[in-house]
Design a protein around this ligand. Structure first.
Ligand SMILES: CC(C)(COP(=O)([O-])OP(=O)([O-])OC[C@H]1O[C@@H](n2cnc3c(N)ncnc32)[C@H](O)[C@@H]1OP(=O)([O-])[O-])[C@@H](O)C(=O)NCCC(=O)NCCSC(=O)C[C@@](C)(O)CC(=O)[O-]
Ligand SMILES: NC(=O)C1=CN([C@@H]2O[C@H](COP(=O)(O)OP(=O)(O)OC[C@H]3O[C@@H](n4cnc5c(N)ncnc54)[C@H](OP(=O)(O)O)[C@@H]3O)[C@@H](O)[C@H]2O)C=CC1
Length: 420
């Protein structure tokens, strides 16, 4: 496999796919074994990751292929239980190639840590005092994480908001912390707790909550792509897809589903690399609602040539150090597969996958409908659940799809019928 573009990759056996990916990503036999083994996370490690451990839970890892991002080819590890997502992303990445693939950027790894101050006697006067003491605040916080500071991170700015609330006015301090290649929750929470007594002293108030904000709007990843009209079915398809986007832009009921589709692409990469899925979900949805109306994460337009152009912009607080990324053996291999050296690079790849997923889903929805592509892959799932394997599985899938009767009971009925 010389580039990530590979027609018919899905028709290969698992072993053949692994061989191609191992060659592309230079995976050692040990790394390949980690991906193949269901129990690559040993019980001892598992027992130290969370509490009350009794076992482990395995999910399939697929690869999103055909991706070109900033001129470089990528094979993208994706861990999900949902059929058709990996296929959809690979499909859209293939359609993006004639337009040059995806172009991305990143605003930097700045997280917000919040400190809530209650019973501040004169909130606006206190705000001034806090802002005058930015340097001292940064000094107290940075002393808690010399390693981060050595790596170029640490507190970059301090902001103060005075909020009206159910319990009266409150002063909310935001520490803007560059967390480098860490997601940063632990790092910034430690800083918030360390600086709270100084803020109490400055303001005469009482510090209560000291915790990061998952609305990471200083940590934005962007991706954009041109889908040449001829690569996606012509200008009529472009127009239909823009009408589909207009629906999502006008209606939160549709936007929620549209964004769920984007998350169907994003979360598998977040899981594969051992990152915190809840942080990504909450940040993304809060960002999508920032104008007051819940909106799509991505925007779709037609350019002067009649091609479809898409852009996505969302918070992307993922890291390469900390969390499970450095503990989980499979996550370590996934990071190697991507060849990323910084959290920013990882964030940008994830944004590109989100845009790809949205494109594939919208194209299917705006043309033939989602069921043909999605249900034919879902049918495989059901046939396997009903106990079919090999040739029988293929036969049952074909029959369920052609009869448009993709249900578990029917799969079970067919298995019984053919096994008689
Ligand atoms: C499912 C496809 C890709 C079928 O695709 P197809 O239409 O049969 O197209 P194709 O046979 O011409 O294949 C095109 C490429 O797709 C990939 N591909 C094709 N088949 C496979 C496969 N079996 N396994 C892996 N990859 C596959 C592969 O890269 C292939 O290129 P090739 O290798 O042939 O050169 C297409 O119909 C599609 O993109 N559908 C969208 C499916 C989707 O979005 N699923 C997400 C789940 S539904 C959801 O969660 C969200 C939703 C839909 O509600 C969001 C929303 O409302 O916005
Ligand atoms: N609301 C939320 O989202 C919350 C999430 N969490 C969880 O927090 C975890 C993530 O926290 P995080 O702070 O990232 O984890 P860690 O504290 O494990 O990692 C961050 C630390 O790694 C060290 N480090 C080493 N190399 C680098 C580098 N290149 N760039 C940056 N830091 C480096 C730094 O200092 P040093 O070596 O001194 O440690 C830094 O403080 C996740 O598991 C998440 O689920 C926790 C609470 C709330």
């Amino acid at each position: 496999m010389k580039s990530s573009s590979y027609s018919g990759f899905f028709k290969l056996s698992v072993e053949e796919r692994m061989k191609e990916v191992a060659e592309f990503c230079a995976l050692t036999p040990e790394e390949q074994a980690i991906l193949k083994e269901a129990d690559s996370l040993d019980m001892d490690k598992a027992d130290h990751m969370i509490e009350n451990v009794i076992g482990r839970f395995t999910l399939p890892m697929g690869v999103g292929i055909n991706f070109v991002i900033n001129g470089k080819d990528y094979v993208i590890p994706m861990v999900t239980e949902e059929p058709s997502v990996v296929a959809a992303c690979s499909n859209a990445a293939k359609m993006a190639r004639p337009g040059g693939g995806f172009t991305t950027d990143y605003t930097g790894s700045v997280m917000i840590s919040q400190i809530q101050l209650l019973d501040v006697p004169a909130p606006f006067y206190a705000k001034g005092k806090i802002l005058e003491n930015k340097e001292k605040i940064a000094e107290i916080c940075n002393a808690k994480d010399p390693m981060l500071v050595k790596l170029g991170g640490g507190v970059k700015d301090v902001e103060v908001r005075v909020l009206d609330s159910l319990v009266g006015p409150m002063v909310v301090v935001h520490l803007l912390v560059d967390t480098g290649d860490a997601m940063g929750a632990n790092a910034v929470n430690t800083m918030a707790e360390a600086v709270a007594p100084f803020l109490e002293e400055l303001t005469g108030g009482r510090a209560e909550l000291r915790i990061l904000s998952n609305l990471a709007d200083h940590r934005i990843a962007r991706a954009r792509a041109v889908f040449k009209k001829d690569a996606i079915g012509g200008e009529k398809v472009v127009d239909k897809m823009i009408a589909a986007y207009a629906f999502a832009a006008a209606d939160p009921y549709r936007a929620a589903t549209n964004n769920k589709g984007i998350m169907s692409g994003i979360i598998p990469v977040v899981i594969a690399t051992g990152n915190d899925t809840r942080a990504i979900e909450s940040g993304a949805h809060a960002y999508a609602a920032r104008s007051g109306q819940y909106s799509p994460f991505a925007t779709w337009e037609k350019n002067a040539d009649g091609d479809l152009v898409g852009s996505i912009e969302m918070p992307m607080a993922v890291g390469l150090v900390g969390g499970a990324t450095k503990i989980h053996p499979t996550a370590k291999v996934a990071v190697k597969m991507l060849g990323v050296k910084t959290a920013g690079e990882l964030a940008q790849i994830i944004a590109a996958v989100g845009l790809a997923q949205n494109m594939a889903a919208m194209r299917a929805l705006a043309t033939e409908g989602i069921q043909r592509g999605h249900m034919s892959l879902h049918a495989r799932n059901l046939a396997a659940t009903a106990g079919a394997t090999g040739e029988l599985l293929e036969k049952i899938v074909k029959q369920m799809v052609s009869e448009k009767n993709v249900r578990l009971e029917y799969a079970q009925e067919l298995v019984k019928q053919y096994q008689k």
